[in-house]
Design a protein around this ligand. Structure first.
Ligand code: AMP
Length: 280
């Protein structure tokens, strides 16, 4: 398992793989890897001859008041996890390698990025789309793997790949959780023991919502009400949003039918956590 920091060097390696007729999978991450990331890497290893894991805290997707400076980083730990999962290479560029001083081209999207997380993170998806476009151009993967944990991102990336004819397959993978239900996230490390317990309100309230829908409730406002009532019982929790939208078009719904995404972002203390479920 190699760690590569330079774009040209990575291109040369991929070129060699291509000459050998190998297929290539890409797992884009911001590092501080956990079992959620590992599930994506293991799937990529099973479905491709060669697998690149990018490990890059992308400054462009952080707003000015967000946690870019404090975002956790541990390359040694990541290297071990990536090796255990069977991938071939970590791409770990410096920000200056990805964004030259005169960088001025962006990939933006008018639909899908305005609601849900886009409301409080208005520049986030422009940063995500731009860095992914760069990674897709650098690695030229056959398939790229994304977690449903970031459901809006998954929908946005699929749409971008279709709009811009990137010619790769986007594979969505299920949410990996702690035993008690908390969705695994690099940001869970910010939580104090008390906040860690409070964070369970996300998965617990979503479970109530899902059970109500499974029992036949079709009124989105009622389901959202059930979920928000549960969250509001937790004193450390502050709701950013709880929404039910069509999947994968992310349009608001009043009556639940077809495929829907029920997604939330909730502050636990200062830490913003997200979670969701998709139901047919
Ligand atoms: P991040 O490093 O947070 O940008 O995440 C990199 C990729 O891992 C994204 O596609 C995430 O959706 C995915 N991911 C993060 N946490 C989980 C999880 N708990 N289960 C499944 N996928 C995840």
């Amino acid at each position: 398992m190699e760690i590569i920091e330079k774009i040209d060097e990575l291109r040369e390696i991929v070129k060699k793989w291509r000459l050998e007729g190998k297929t290539v999978g890409l797992v884009p991450t911001m590092g501080y890897l956990h079992e959620g990331h590992k599930s994506l890497i293991v799937r990529a290893v099973a479905e491709n001859d060669k697998v690149v894991v990018s490990d890059f805290v992308n400054p462009m997707q952080f707003g000015p008041t967000e946690d870019l400076a404090t975002y956790p980083r541990d390359l040694d730990h990541d290297a071990k996890l990536v090796e255990d999962a069977g991938a071939d290479l970590i791409f770990h560029p410096e920000p200056s390698e990805m964004y030259l001083d005169d960088f001025s081209s962006y990939v933006d999207m008018n639909t899908l990025t305005k609601g849900l997380c886009g409301k409080t993170r208005p520049i986030h998806f422009r940063g995500v789309c731009t860095v992914l476009a760069k990674l897709f151009n650098i690695v030229t993967p056959d398939k790229a793997y994304f977690g449903q944990k970031d459901a809006q991102q998954l929908a946005v990336v699929k749409h971008m790949v279709s709009d811009l004819n990137f010619g790769l397959e986007i594979v969505g993978c299920p949410i990996i959780r702690e035993e008690d239900g908390l969705a695994k996230s690099s940001r869970n490390t910010y939580l104090s023991p008390e906040e860690r317990k409070a964070g369970l309100v996300l998965s617990r309230s979503l479970k109530h919502g899902k059970e109500a829908i499974e029992a036949g409730e079709k009124d989105a406002t009622k389901v959202i009400g059930l979920i928000t009532d549960e969250i509001n019982k937790e004193p450390l929790a502050k709701i950013d949003y709880v929404e039910i939208v069509t999947w994968p078009d992310l349009k608001e719904v009043s009556t639940i039918e077809g495929s829907v995404l029920c997604a939330m972002a909730v502050y636990i203390g200062k830490t913003r956590l997200i979670d969701n479920f998709i139901i047919d």
